[in-house]
Ligand binder design. Structure first.
Ligand code: FEO
Length: 135
């Protein structure tokens, strides 16, 4: 059974962004599966790097539309993205230096952050993006 599943409530009405959110969920599942079968740290490290790179691409996508559409909650939303990148960056550093291990706590953090962010912040731009013709 997958660690995280897509549900329709995550949808923001924009195909490109829903696709990116699904990819992020798949990447967290890939990391979870790799940890579950005891993959080596270099394999896990590569998946973590891919996940971070993809999260940055995704945040840049959303933020590009915020700027384009002059989205009113842009600054608060960008701050959530910034904090997540900082937290995950610290985790990555700790993992690479052997000071932090990949644990259920880490997965719970990733899962809860993504769910809360998509259901909370991301849903707020739905109307703005729709009004600007994005779908
Ligand atoms: Fe979909 Fe704001 O991240």
């Amino acid at each position: 059974m997958a660690f995280m599943k897509w549900i329709d409530d995550f949808g923001v009405g924009v195909e490109e962004i829903d696709h990116q959110h699904k990819d992020l969920i798949n990447m967290i599942n890939e990391l979870f599966d790799a940890m579950s079968v005891g993959q080596a740290n270099d394999v896990l490290g590569e998946i973590i790097n891919n996940l971070i790179r993809y999260a940055v691409i995704h945040f840049d996508t959303e933020e590009g539309y915020f700027d384009q559409f002059d989205y009113e909650f842009s600054e608060d939303h960008k701050e959530e993205h910034r904090k997540f990148k900082e937290d995950v960056g610290k985790f990555k550093e700790g993992f690479e230096t052997g000071n932090i291990v990949l644990s259920m706590e880490v997965f719970k953090f990733l899962k809860n952050w993504l769910i809360n962010h998509i259901i909370g912040e991301d849903q707020k731009y739905k109307e703005c993006f729709r009004e600007n013709g994005l779908q």
